[in-house]
Write a protein that binds this ligand. Sequence first.
Ligand SMILES: [Cu+2]
Length: 724
Amino acid sequence: MFGCTTFFAQKKVRYDLYVRDTTVNFAGKEKFAYSVNGQIPMPELHFTERDTAEIYVHNELNTETSIHWHGLILPNEQDGVPYLTTAPIKAKTTHLYKFPIVQNGTYWYHSHTKLQEQNGMYGAFIIHKRETEPMKEYTLILSDWTNMKPFEVHRRLHMANDWSAIKKAKIQKGAVQSYGDAIAEGRFKTKITNEWKRMLAMDVSDVYYDKFLANGKPEAEAPDFKKGEKIRLRIINGSSSTYFWLNYAGGKMEVAASDGMDVVPVPVDRMIIAVAETYDVFLTIPEDSVAYEFTATSEDRIRHASLWLGKGVRQLASPLLSLKYFDGMKMMNDMMRMDGNLDDMGMNMSLQQMDMNVVMYPEITGEKGKSSNNDTANNRYNSNALSDIVTLNYAMLRSPVKTTLPDAPTKVLHFTLSGNMNRYVWSLDNKTVSETDKILIKKGENVKIVLYNNSMMRHPMHLHGHFFRIKNSYGDYSPLKNVLDIMPMETDTIEFAATESGDWFFHCHILYHMMSGMGRIFSYENSPPNPQLPNPEKAIKKLYADDREFHFMIQNDFASNGNDGEMMYMNTRYNLQAEWRLGYMGEHGYEVETHFGRYVGRMQWLFPYAGFDYRYRRMGIDEVEKNIFGQANTKDERKALCIGVQYTLPLLFIADGRIDSDGKFRLQLMREDIPLTKRLRLNVMGNSDLEYMAGLKYVLDKTFSLSAHYDSDMGFGAGFTFMY
Ligand SMILES: [Cu+2]
C-alpha cells in the first residue's frame, strides 16, 4: 500500500531546524530547555503525500542530538535512532535527513537521544492528502513539563521515593495513601493487604508534572471557527510519560484517524490518548459567540491543558473528579497474587475494553463508597457497559480499507511485559534491550506478536518504520497503528508484513521505561551495511549503555547522637550499598558495612551479596558482646568479609541473613518508610546481635526531613535527614 508509483513530479520540501539551549518559564521558575528555531514545541512541519522531505538539522548544542520521525515509513538510515539506524548528530554539526513522503496523516517528530524529549524536543509532522479536504483543521500537540531536571526525575524514580505522591496530595487529598488516610477512610484492611502483597501506594502515573501544555501553553486558542463548522482536530500526545483524557464541551468527538491512519469515524464522549499516539477527531462548533473547551487531563487527574475552539463566552468541559485511590488499591489487591503475577480472574482482557481503573473513576462508578449497580463479573470493568458515557477503545476502531497481510510464512513472537515498580525496572520477558540479542526477521515474511502485560502499568508499545494491524473483531478491517497501548493483564495481537531492511526499534514509549530497557530490536537478515554506522558493534554498545546506567542515591541522618546513613549505586540488576553509623568524637564508635550484590528473579525480592564490614567500638573491661546464637565478640576493632542474602517479605520487610569471615551469623529484619501520614514515616530494625532501632521522619521537601530515633547502640537522637 505504500508502493508509490510516481505519476506526480516529486516536490522537494525543505526545512532547517536549529537546535539550541534556552531557558523557559512554564511553571514559575526559569529552567533549562531545548528549543528548535526558538520555540517549544518544535515547529509544525507540513508536507503533502509524495513530496520529498529535506530536513537540515543544525545542532548548536554542546552535546549530541538526533531526530526520529515518528510513524513514518522511510529508509532505515533516515529513522533517526542514534547508534541503531542513524549517526548521532554531533555538537555543532549539521545533519541532512532526506526521504520520500509515501503516506499521509498526523505524525510527529522528537529527539531519540537520552531524555532530550522531556526538555522540549517534540513537534508535529503533518502530511496532507493530495486531494484537499473541504474541512478546516487544527493541530494540537500535548506535552508534560516538570521543573525538575529529567535526569533527576529518572534517578528519583529508581529510588522508590514517594515525593511525587506528596506533591500530588497538595491537589488530590489521599494521593499518598498513608495508613492515616486509610484509617480515616475505613480502608485499613485494604492498605495492609496491599503492603502484604509487597506493593507500594497505587498510582496511575509515575511522575509529578508541574504543567501540561497544549501547543506549548497551558491554554491554546483557536478562535477562527464558526457555528456549524466541522473541524479536523489533529491531536498528538508528545508527552514523555503522560496519558491524557480528552473531553470536548461542544458535543461528541468523532474519531477519524489514529497514528496517521484513517478509521471509519466513530462518535465518542471521551477517550484516552496514550503517550506517542495521534488521533484525528472531527468536532463541530454548535454556536457562535461561544468558545468551547477541549481538555486534555492527565490520567492522574492532577491538572489539565485546554484548547478553546471558537470565540466568545467560555463553555467549560466538565472537569474530571479525583481518583478513588483506595478503590484502585483494593482492585490491585484482588488482581495481585502472592508471587507477584497478575490474575485476570478469567476475564480474557484485551483492546482496552475492560479498564481496571474504572473503579477509581467517580463519573463511571459513582462517588466514594457507592458500588455500581451493574456489577456482574464481565461488566465490572467495562465503562461502556457501566454508564451512558461512550469511551473509545481499540475494539471500536475499523479500517475503511482491508488491511490483511499478503500470503506469506508467519513468524510468531510472544512477549510478556514485565516490571518492578519498587525498583523501577521495566522489561520484556524480564530482559532489557541490552540483555537480549536482536530478533532476526526475514524480508517477505509476516511477523505476528502476541503481547501480554503482566505489569501494573499500561505501556504504549511503539514499532519504528512499520504499521501493524491490531487484531480486533473487524477481521480483514482491523485498524493499522504504530503504537499499541496495552493495559495491565491484557493480551493483544499485532501483526505486520516485513517489507523493509535494517534494524528497527520496538519499545515502550514512556520515556523513562524506554531508558530503563523496555524494548527489543528487530533486525532484518542479510541487510546491506548501513553507511551511517561504520562500526555497528561499537555503535550498539552506546545504545545498550542507556539501560545499563547506574543511579546514585545517598541518605544521611545528622542527629544529636551521631551520624548514620546509606548510599546506593545501582542499575537494573546490581547494587553497591554502603551503610554507616558514626558516633561523635569516638563515642559509640564507628561502623561501616559495604556490600555488592545482584537482584535475582522477576520481582527482584532476592538479593545475594558479598561485602566487607568494619567496626570499632571501645569495650569496657571484661565486656563481652553476645548475639542470640551465643557467639561472642571481645574485640574493640573488627574487620570481616561477609556473604549474605536479603529478601523482601510481605509487608515490605527486608530480611537479611549473613555470615562473616569470623564465622559470626547475623539475622536482621528491617522496614523503612512506613507511611503513617502524608509526611510522617516510620523506620524499624532489629537483629540477632540484639541491636534495634526505631525512628520517625517528617518529610519537609524532596531533600530534607526532620528525624528522631532510638538506637540500641547510640541511644536517643534527633536531627534532620538529608537525602539525594
Ligand atoms: Cu512502559
